[in-house]
Design a protein around this ligand. Structure first.
Ligand code: ADP
Length: 402
């Protein structure tokens, strides 16, 4: 990227739009958030040195008018960075379906295909696509790139992707898509630098944040993951349930008289650590609490991570390295310790001092499995893809020489 050029990264969620701007040398120049969408939206932007560049109420016709919010964000960015300085926009998109095994430049045809996938991720996909459509109309000259949470998992073999369901249902879209792929791709790249031998062999990455999942990698490629059709499955998460018995869904709908919307809201927003503890989805609160329900929440979380570690090791037919990442994985040394205690049968031994310090390598010399803590950086991964896909476009060539 030439000096003065910038790439905008957009991660649009249900109540906020997070963004970041990368500049020359791929350094993050600023990041921020349009928060409180649907209520009292605010624009907050923070510079690379941590200073707040702006923190203001946003004007809009209605509190959830994304059009108005995107327009104001772009005006602020263009005023701050200089007009015409944004040369690409990279978006995080939940589902790319089975056909996308990597990022793509968004054309009208691509956007139409992605809109067709909305029924597979009704909570996430429409929010991810909205800014793309708005920016295509308002800034048609800026190329946009979609990076999918599902793409990295398209190397998963059919046997691990297949649900035990009738063919017509599977053909209609019932697959294990897997999520957090942008994070896994970033960590797989970092692991090559940190431990090339581990990166070339059998590794499990535990992405433990508000949303949590784990991925088994053979030679850097995903071969199994804990999330499947939706980001609800697998591990117990901040507010999401993780794996449940499908018979439980039938019972909730038929016997408990819950509506589909009420079940969906409960599974996404009131379950997981929040549901078990009854007071918080935040691991910091749970670790600091003496309440029995907080201890149960941590115990259930750790139990599920450790049993999934066993399942993913079975998928890999062995294990050489374990990597912790995301908010809990990078910071909660007590949770890592508890998970590693339950993984002693695999030959995992951690070095308590290194674990407390959140060091990169936290396993003891005598451990059969090397255990790492590697911070993830999904926005940087998206920026790298946006740069590499758009740098060859004629539009950018013109701009780079003008
Ligand atoms: P998201 O999925 O929203 O990106 P993050 O990766 O930021 O989530 O992770 C959020 C989780 O990380 C929260 O449960 C939070 O409590 C936890 N976390 C962050 N810092 C710490 C810490 N120092 N100790 C324990 N948990 C932490």
């Amino acid at each position: 990227m030439a000096e003065g050029e910038h790439i905008l990264i957009v991660n649009a969620g249900s109540s906020s739009i997070k963004f970041a701007v990368f500049e020359h040398e791929m350094e993050r120049a600023l990041h921020g958030e349009v928060e409180g969408i649907g209520m009292r939206p605010r624009l907050k932007v923070v510079a690379s040195d941590g200073s707040v560049l702006t923190d203001v109420r946003m004007d809009c016709r209605s509190a959830d008018s994304i059009d108005d919010l995107i327009r104001q964000l772009m005006t602020w960015l263009e005023n701050h960075l200089g007009e015409e300085s944004l040369t690409a926009i990279g978006h995080r998109v939940a589902i790319g379906g089975l056909e996308h095994s990597g990022p793509v430049i968004i054309t009208a045809a691509v956007l139409k295909r992605l809109q067709g996938l909305v029924p597979l991720a009704p909570m996430h996909q429409p929010r991810n696509l909205e800014p793309i459509e708005i920016l295509q109309a308002s800034h048609p000259q800026i190329p946009q790139v979609a990076c999918f949470d599902t793409a990295f998992h398209r190397t998963i073999p059919a046997v691990a992707e297949r649900y035990g369901l009738p063919k017509q249902i599977r053909d209609a879209g019932a697959h294990r898509y897997g999520f957090h792929g942008i994070s896994y791709e970033y960590i797989a790249g970092r692991l090559q630098v940190v431990d090339a031998q581990a990166a070339a062999s059998k590794t499990v990455i535990a992405h433990l944040g508000n949303g949590s999942s784990m991925c088994a990698l053979k030679g850097g490629r995903s071969v199994a993951t804990t999330m499947g059709f939706s980001p609800l499955s697998g591990l117990i998460m901040g507010t999401r349930s993780g794996d449940l018995d499908p018979g439980l869904m039938i019972w909730l709908l038929r016997e408990q008289g819950m509506s589909i919307d009420a079940v969906e809201a409960m599974l996404y927003h009131d379950s997981g650590l929040q549901g078990i503890s009854g007071f918080s989805n935040d691991m910091r609160d749970l670790l600091a609490s003496e309440m029995p329900a907080a201890k149960q929440a941590i115990e259930s979380f750790v139990y599920k991570v450790s049993t999934e570690l066993g399942a993913l090791s079975a998928a890999l037919e062995g294990l050489d390295a374990l990597v912790f990442t995301a908010g809990i994985g990078e910071n909660a040394c007590r949770v890592r310790e508890l998970i590693c205690q339950r993984a002693r049968w695999l030959g995992v031994k951690i070095d308590a001092r290194e674990n407390k310090k959140n060091s990169t390598l936290i396993s003891a010399d005598s451990s059969a499995i090397r255990v790492y803590v590697i911070p993830t950086n999904e926005e940087r991964m998206i920026a790298l893809h946006a740069l590499s896909l758009t740098r060859k476009l004629p539009y950018n060539r013109q701009r780079a020489t003008s």
